[in-house]
Design a protein around this ligand. Structure first.
Ligand code: ADP
Ligand code: FRU
Length: 287
């Protein structure tokens, strides 16, 4: 069991489940609707918490009813939110269309809040944490956080999720213990294969574990040994909800590494957990 601090953004997810994904300008009635906490880092922490880790989320929360709902929901799952900064404004909201026919999730996101800053981060007492996990965003401020950690807590390991291609996000690579890449990021940079993408990163980042989830094709990783590892996807009897599959994969992988499983085993365990998640609605019962 580890004490994990995650830095990122929390959202309100409004999830409309529909029979099939509508065409543009169509009118379609939803089968069901639910409101829940979302955001990559909160999702990952929610799963890690179920896997017996002690998780703390740090980010910006809006001082509105949705912001209070998010804080209360996270607390209910055991994730602490005391290091968040509350500001005036509206909670970031994702309007999600979940297709029952395919299990795909289409996200339209509203966001107008400031980002968690280095000054906010510097107020957190890092001495009790075993692991830090960052969303790869807000590059200048996040780089300040990483530089600070490297200087003041050189033995504290960290992971960064590299999901969306953003200007200068590569500045966050150096010094990470684990980098968790998305297929989207690799594809954006012209890679059709995760293996080539990871191999090309290896020479500049030989000591960082580089992981890349590849949807239904499972996931790949390249660690210190220099050998590519692969685990196939785990297919549930029925794909019900793929929202947060990647966030669950990340939690599964971090949990496995925190428990000293090998790189190869960790990939397998992460794919199994993400696959189980795809077979159910939401993140409950993954522990
Ligand atoms: P996201 O779109 O949430 O970022 P990915 O597509 O990268 O997630 O998938 C992350 C992991 O989740 C994959 O490595 C795979 O193990 C699992 N996964 C994703 N989609 C499916 C699916 N349809 N069936 C089974 N497993 C899946
Ligand atoms: C899923 C998710 C949702 C959130 C969106 C933010 O991976 O974290 O919960 O609304 O992505 O980009």
């Amino acid at each position: 069991m580890a004490k994990v601090l995650g830095i990122g953004t929390a959202t309100l997810d409004i999830i409309n489940t529909v029979e099939y994904y509508p065409t543009e300008d169509e009118e379609l009635r939803v089968l069901s609707q639910r409101r829940c906490v979302g955001g990559n880092c909160p999702n990952t922490l929610t799963v890690l918490q179920q896997l017996s880790h002690k998780c703390v989320f740090a980010g910006i929360m809006a001082d509105d009813p949705d912001g209070r709902f998010i804080a209360q929901q996270l607390k209910q799952t055991g994730v602490k939110v005391d290091d968040c900064r509350v500001v005036e404004g509206r909670t970031p909201t994702s309007y999600i269309t979940l297709s029952r026919a395919t299990g795909t999730r289409t996200i339209v996101h509203y966001r107008a809040l400031p980002e968690f800053s280095f000054a906010d981060f510097a107020k957190i007492d890092l001495s009790s944490f075993d692991w830090l996990h960052f969303e790869g965003r807000n590059i200048t401020e996040t780089l300040g956080m990483l530089t600070f950690v490297r200087k003041k807590f050189p033995y504290l390991p960290w992971s960064v999720e590299i999901e969306k291609p953003r200007a200068n996000i590569e500045n966050l690579f150096e010094g990470a213990t684990i980098l968790l890449f998305s297929r989207h990021y690799a594809a954006y940079h012209g890679y059709a294969k995760a293996q080539t993408f990871l191999q090309e990163l290896h020479s500049s980042l030989p000591h960082t574990e580089k992981v890349c989830a590849w949807g239904k094709e499972g996931a790949y990783a390249l660690g210190n040994g220099g050998e590519i590892k692969h685990a196939p996807a785990f297919f549930p009897p029925q794909v019900v909800d793929t929202l947060g599959a990647g966030d669950t994969f990340n939690a599964g992988f971090l949990n496995a590494r925190l428990r000293n499983h090998s790189l190869s085993e960790s990939l397998t365990l992460a794919c199994q957990l993400a696959g189980r998640k795809c077979g159910q609605q939401g993140f409950n019962g993954l522990g």
